[in-house]
Design a protein around this ligand. Structure first.
Ligand code: NAD
Length: 499
């Protein structure tokens, strides 16, 4: 079995405890690698390394242009190793090779984009209302950061944070999910070490959330925490980070409405509904898990939806032809089956799936059949709570007003979809829906250029796009009095008196 080490201050190392834990292949259920079980002692070393690298040595001395060049080199190395990194991700999280390979091939763009932005970070000269003053702002990196990430898209979600943070000049400690640590450790060897990132700039501690995550979030030398994961964990991270006034960005859960109007192009909208919920076995924060269908097309839509969903080819996620793979973790598998029981108990009608998939059906360990419930009322738990699995709730609506009311009657606000041929309807819905992203006649599209994030309980701050760099910067105001001579009452500053 492969045995990984973690990476702190430019050195490969075992956990201080000497302990390791197993990481398993969700398709076979078999452990395939051992990962260091870090604790507070490793967190301390990693945070101190990140703080040291931020204050002294080659990193703060590097020009922004050189940082940009380094980021682009990292992008080239990711491109070179995209296939290998994707295969490791699939082995650890069971998502389809077609999706993970597409992700790792696309990932270099984040490093190129933010590499290009690194030396375009500028302050402003500001015309203040005082005579004889020259005033300007500097944009400075916030400091050493901690990233805590989930298991569903490990390297992609690290990249959304790492590329803008490095462009801004920050240093980092990353704690990947305990279920999917391997791809980040491979990335540290094949990309970070190979690119020549100076020691201490990027550190990794592997292990369990409360044991190693909390010491990172509370560490006094850390300036910012960027977290992606569940909403309850995000709330805990936010509370802990607040005690030492850290900046926080949170990318949390969702229960996104995917809204089908009667003037949609039916085949395209059905495909949009399918990929919205069954891609990645429903294990995405932006899953379109509440399908709102207009009454007048409801029956026709559901009939087509069930027909297409029923044709899904379940199987080995390492094969390019597989369409639905396993659930990533045993607790997640149990949680999904639990929600299927809850939906049945609440009186929703199961029109497809509704349980584990057997080997004969292409399933195996931790497979759940694509499941569709109709007759769902937005007050039911199956409509309000994040399942994070291949379970779709279909909710009927009468008109635009009711679609808006149902779409917004939820604690979350991450993604949303609107399927219509009417420009008026599309733009009006885009304005009224309370969510960080509205997709019209498409779903799940993301780009390094477009901001991404949540309204309400789906998060704080934005990743991607030029805006994301702001999350890793702070503004310093510089006041220069260039008047000749002083005078006046020293106890009352001339310039302060009119501030
Ligand atoms: P999770 O909240 O269980 O874990 C996320 C990370 O937090 C892991 O690394 C975990 O070890 C760590 N953690 C757990 N407890 C901690 C603690 N007390 N202190 C510090 N760290 C702690 O989430 P998960 O099950 O890995 O991922 C699924 C969730 O992530 C879903 O809710 C999903 O919607 C969300 N998600 C959101 C986005 C987004 O961009 N909004 C993207 C992907 C996933």
């Amino acid at each position: 079995m492969k045995r990984y080490q973690t990476y702190i201050d430019g050195k490969w190392t075992d956990a201080a405890s000497g302990k390791v834990f197993e990481t398993s292949d969700p398709y076979t259920g078999e452990p395939w690698a051992l990962v260091p079980e870090c604790d507070a002692r490793d967190a301390e070393l990693a945070c101190n390394a990140a703080a040291r690298a931020f204050e002294s040595g080659p990193w703060p001395a590097m020009t922004a242009t050189a940082r940009g060049r380094l980021l682009r080199k990292m992008g080239d190395l990711i491109a070179k190793h995209a296939k290998h990194l994707a295969e490791i991700e699939v082995r650890d999280n069971g998502k389809l090779i077609s999706e993970m390979y597409a992700q790792t091939q696309y990932l270099p763009e984040w490093y190129y984009y933010y590499g290009g932005l690194a030396d375009k970070i500028t302050g402003q000269t500001i015309p203040v209302d005082k005579p004889d003053h020259f005033c300007y702002t500097l944009k400075e990196p916030v400091g050493p950061c901690v990233f805590i990430t989930p298991w569903n898209s490990p390297l992609m979600l690290v990249g959304w944070k790492l590329a803008p943070a490095l462009a801004a000049g920050c240093t980092v400690v990353i704690k990947p999910s305990e279920f999917t640590s391997a791809s980040l450790l491979e990335f540290m060897k094949l990309v970070v070490e190979e690119a020549g990132v100076p020691p201490g700039v990027i550190n990794v501690v592997t292990g369990f959330g409360a044991v190693v995550g909390e010491p990172l979030v509370t560490h006094p030398k850390i300036a910012k925490v960027a977290f992606t994961g569940g909403t309850a964990t995000g709330a805990r991270v936010n509370e802990l980070a607040a005690r030492t006034f850290k900046k926080v960005s949170l990318e949390l859960g969702g229960k996104s409405p995917n809204i089908m109007f009667d003037d949609c192009i039916l085949d395209e909208a059905v495909n949009g509904a399918i990929s919205g919920i069954f891609a990645a076995t429903g294990q995405t924060c932006i899953a379109g898990s509440r399908l709102l269908v207009q009454e007048s097309i409801h029956d026709k839509f559901v009939e087509k939806l069930v027909e297409v969903a029923a044709s899904a080819k379940l199987g080995n996620p390492q094969l390019f032809e597989t369409q639905v793979g396993p659930v990533t973790t045993p607790p997640q598998y149990q949680k999904i089956l639990g929600y299927i029981d809850i939906a049945k108990g609440e009186g929703a009608k199961c029109v497809l799936g509704g349980g584990p998939a057997t080997a004969a059906e292409g399933g195996g360990k931790y497979f759940v059949k694509p499941t569709i419930f109709t007759g769902v009322n937005n007050k039911m738990r199956i409509a309000q709570e994040e399942v994070f699995g291949p379970v779709l709730s279909v909710i009927k609506f009468k008109d635009e007003a009711e679609a808006i009311q149902i779409a917004n009657d939820i604690a979350y606000g991450l993604g949303s979809g609107v399927w219509t041929q009417s420009v008026r309807r599309a733009t009006m819905m885009a304005q009224k829906i309370k969510a960080g992203t509205v997709w019209v006649n498409t779903y799940r599209a993301v780009s390094f250029t477009m901001p991404f994030g949540g309204y309400k309980a789906s998060g704080l701050g934005r990743e991607n796009g030029a805006e994301a760099i702001e999350g890793y910067l702070q503004t310093k105001s510089v006041w220069i009095n260039n008047a000749v001579g002083g005078g006046g009452n020293p106890f009352v500053m001339k310039t302060a008196s009119n501030s």
